[in-house]
Write a protein that binds this ligand. Structure first.
Ligand SMILES: Nc1ncnc2c1ncn2[C@@H]1O[C@H](COP(=O)(O)OP(=O)(O)OP(=O)(O)O)[C@@H](O)[C@H]1O
Length: 219
């Protein structure tokens, strides 16, 4: 689905990633691990089409739709939309103040897939961290992505909420979605990933998740 061929990325004259080679197959759950500042978010920006390569090539198969779940940010408790209305923001190709019957059904489907049906009328600003992240996940699912990118999406969540969010994502993976999950949490990486990319100052390793500890010497 995705091929990185001698890919180098950076900002202006500053190089961040140098000569990265990687193939991501459909249906993989790729965890991207590495210390602060090695370029994990830079790689994600490039996958999202926001950063042109300094050198090398990034190829994404034709027609692949990408969904993105950001890192948790606290929202103002006065945030006016309900969880359902927030999720529905992603439904319309052009703005209009109503949803069609089909669109309403699509919103209910993604709310159900993310365990939010019961909470859908609650103001998003008053939702817990885990619920907010599930709302972002639901919103991204409305566009029927083939590839879902989670950039530190579990950071700042309590352990149960992390596992709940990733269990939902794992279920989506078993239904055919490809997942890229950036994390600092090695345990979550081992628990949910099928493959890993370890980035370490110009040294990149990747492979099946079972080989992660071999590469890291049990870090
Ligand atoms: N817009 C930018 N302009 C210049 N340098 C940048 C920019 N964005 C990031 N950098 C630098 O690029 C390097 C890699 O940053 P990046 O955010 O990709 O790291 P990361 O691995 O995601 O780190 P973290 O785990 O802390 O999120 C850092 O040195 C950072 O300061």
């Amino acid at each position: 689905m995705i091929t990185l061929n001698h890919l180098s990325l950076g900002y202006g004259s500053k190089g961040v990633i140098s000569d990265l080679n990687l193939t991501i197959a459909k249906g993989e759950f790729l965890v991207v691990v590495g210390e602060n500042g090695v370029g994990k978010t830079t790689l994600i920006k490039s996958l999202l089409g926001q950063l042109a390569p300094h050198a090398g090539k990034l190829t994404i198969a034709d027609g692949v739709k990408i969904g993105y779940v950001p890192q948790f940010r606290n929202l103002d408790s006065e945030y006016p939309l309900s969880i359902r209305d927030f999720v529905a923001l992603n439904v319309r190709p052009t703005w209009r103040p109503w949803l069609t019957q089909v669109e309403r059904q699509q919103v209910e489907t993604v709310l159900a897939k993310t365990n939010l049906t019961r909470l859908a009328d609650r103001p998003l600003g008053l939702a817990s961290g885990g619920e907010k992240q599930r709302a972002y996940l639901a919103q991204s699912l409305l566009a029927s992505p083939d590839l879902l990118i989670l950039d530190e999406s579990t950071a700042s969540l309590d352990p149960d909420s992390k596992v709940e969010l990733l269990s939902l994502v794992k279920q989506l993976q078993t239904e055919g979605l490809t997942i890229i999950f950036v994390t600092h949490d090695w345990d979550l990486a081992r628990q949910f990933g099928t493959h890993f990319l370890h980035m370490d100052a110009g040294c990149y390793r990747n492979g099946p998740i079972a080989e992660l500890d071999q590469h890291l010497g049990g870090k």
